[in-house]
Write a protein that binds this ligand. Structure first.
Ligand code: PLP
Length: 359
């Protein structure tokens, strides 16, 4: 009877966290009221804010010279905020283009500068792949290098970091907390919360201290990292419920062993699915193994005429939202942190049965 939701977002929340939030919904912290009804400046909410920041710092090993911001606006707001905060006197920045979201970030940046867009897509062994970082032609004039390590729609992961002494800016929206990273290698990390952290409406920004203070004067205050640092992410009313729930997800992640353990689980989940696809002639994933995403697994059926039936029967079997993004077509299984391995196993069992009937 179990339902497994493979939706790319929003939002994947661990079942245990949702249960706790449900219990606390109308009486949080013994206050007789919901956490979303109390002031964001109350001592109780300030405690939530401080604890969640500390937990995220612990989980990612964020060094002291980085600020952690809890913002509005999603990753798309950051597509504008990044150039407006970081360009300074420069007129260009490098935008590594590996897929849909990196490309979208570069398009937005065109409003603020002349982005040097570097297409790193290539073909390897007949599959889609990414050029290694040593072959990315970065420009000397760039104020920063922007890239998107996990392309949610394409199902592509870029494990290389740009080889540069410029600040590296990364859109981690669909990969944050799924695997270990070294934060000290980045200038700015941002992520919409709605994949691995919490409900839509919250955006995490992690910014290195020395990058503050370069903002253009026309930059709206709400997007200005220095303002958000000064105001401790409370320049305007923050998305308090999403923030509280993110804090609960951080506690859950710590309780299961942190990001190292999460990475192990994510690798195991992805292996089950990719291994099954690879041994089958009926299903296909067209991304080279060097660049396969741990979080978003697109796959095609041999005969696209069976897509609708596959989706209908999968849905009836409790395997929800497997339709691929309209840009890519086929299927996509998003297996974020909140997806247990049982969900992936159930999907593979269903795929096997479907293949036996229609293969
Ligand atoms: N970047 C990536 C990698 C994403 O996956 C998404 C949304 O799925 C976005 C950016 C856009 O995020 P938002 O809708 O929060 O602006």
């Amino acid at each position: 009877d179990k339902v497994f939701n493979f939706c790319a977002g929003p939002a994947m929340i661990p079942a245990d966290v949702l249960k706790k939030a449900q219990q606390e919904l109308t009486d949080w912290n013994g206050l007789g009221t919901s956490v979303m009804e109390i002031s964001h400046r109350s001592k109780e909410f300030i405690q939530v804010a401080q604890q969640s920041e500390q937990d995220l710092r612990d989980l990612l090993g964020i060094p002291d010279n980085y600020h952690v911001l809890f913002c509005h606006g999603g990753a798309r707001a950051q597509f504008a905020a990044v150039p407006m905060n970081l360009l300074g006197d420069a007129t260009t920045a490098d935008y590594i283009d590996g897929g849909y979201w990196a490309h979208s970030a570069a398009e937005e940046a065109e409003k603020y500068c002349r982005p040097n867009v570097i297409d790193i897509t290539c073909e390897k062994d007949g599959k889609r792949a990414m050029l290694p970082a040593s072959e990315w032609p970065l420009s000397d004039e760039a104020a920063f290098v922007h890239f998107c390590p996990n392309e949610t729609i394409d199902g592509i992961e870029i494990r290389d970091l740009p080889v540069t002494d410029k600040p590296i800016v990364a859109d981690l929206s669909s990969t944050i907390l799924s695997r270990e990273i070294d934060v000290s290698k980045y200038g700015v990390i941002y992520a919409g919360a709605q994949k691995n952290i919490g409900p839509a409406g919250l955006t995490i920004v992690i910014v290195r201290d020395d990058l503050l203070g370069k903002a253009q004067t026309v930059l709206p205050s709400i997007l200005d990292y220095s303002v958000q640092v000064d105001k401790e992410s409370m320049f305007n009313t923050p998305p308090t419920f999403a923030w509280y729930l993110a804090g609960e997800v951080f506690k859950w992640l710590k309780s299961i062993g942190g990001v190292a353990e999460m990475q192990k689980r994510n690798e195991a989940k992805a292996k089950v699915l990719y291994d099954y696809i690879d041994q089958s002639d009926f299903y296909r994933n067209n991304i080279h193994s060097d660049n396969r995403s741990l979080m978003n697994v697109p796959f095609q059926l041999k005969d696209a005429a069976l897509d609708a039936l596959f989706l209908e029967q999968a849905d009836a079997a409790g395997l929800k939202a497997l339709k691929g993004h309209r840009v890519v077509g086929g299927m996509r299984a998003s297996i974020y942190n909140a997806m247990p391995i049982e969900g992936v196993q159930a999907l593979v069992d269903f795929m096997r049965e479907f293949e036996q009937q229609h293969g």
